[in-house]
Design a protein around this ligand. Sequence first.
Ligand code: MRU
Length: 367
Amino acid sequence: MKSILDYETVALNDKEDAIEIIDQTLLPGRTEIISLHTGKEIWDAIYLLQVRGAPAIGVTAGFGLYLLMKHSTAASYDEFMKELKEKSDYLNSSRPTAVNLSWALNRMESHIKKYYDENLKKDGESSFDAARDALIKELREESERIKAEDIDVCRKIGEYGLELIKDGDGILTHCNAGQLATCKYGTATSPMYLAHEKGYKIKVYCDETRPLLQGARLTAYELHSAGIDTTLLCDNMSGSLMKSGAINAIFVGCDRVAANGDAANKIGTSVVATVAKRYNIPFYVCAPTSTIDIRTATGSDINIEQRKPEEVTEMWYKERMAPEGVKVYNPAFDVTDNDLITGIVTEYGVLRAPFDVAIKELFEKKK
Ligand code: MRU
């Protein structure tokens, strides 16, 4: 029988002018692939978390921008770029915190500018038709590269993360930074999959992750499907679990790492990190460099998405579970201060404090 891990989180169906995603709001009960054609459908799928997780959002945005430009009739380069910018800004407005969204869109735009300058500009613009076709082809290829690189980067994060795991370890994770949040392996789950492949007997504990239950519905589902020893707990149980000695390491994903190493991830992550410090448990943030935003100085500069009160008061219940009219606090993410983080696991290796220096050096080397 096909397992959830055999499905592609995000795929381009070029023939049908569509992005195909697993509708993650229906998991684990139903596995439904839905097709997104229009800008509004793509925007809604990201906003509604039908596709979610920082890297998967980035890949969807890349494919989205290509599809929205595929039938462009722009008559000049300037017109083409204006249209591209408008579509990009629209997709970028779907969610504010995960930097991979703007990272992917900016990367698509920069690639097109560079390609045009290096290959097409000299030809002049008597007719823009051939140039437009070439640019559209480049958009498709760049979006496919973003997806292929995501798989490669997650695998590398897994290899570096594996060095931090011992046979028999108990590992705690929060939210879903798994295959469903990326195109394969996940970020925080990648070391777990590789440890399992190697025959390590690890035990993974998944916080259910209120209010949208990504831990229960997605992480527990994919790890359990992979045959990993998986235990689900409510968010408020992780403190007692850490105190019991069952946890040797914590791996989480993230949506944006600031230049000083502060890391925004799913709401509740900073609580886990704070308690982990109390019990001397190493706390690792797994982050592709596409999630590190050197233009954001500190965690307090990160825009934290606020979501609807209904997600807290009634979404998962047969009937409303809070008094009518009560105020609700529902931020989707929080920021873990860098002094609570033991290491940031990237595709280039594990960064250690002082994180501002380590991040600066990494980006200088990458250049
Ligand atoms: O609101 P979500 O489900 O998109 O939040 C996802 C997370 O917080 C993940 O941990 C993060 O995006 C990293 S995914 C590799």
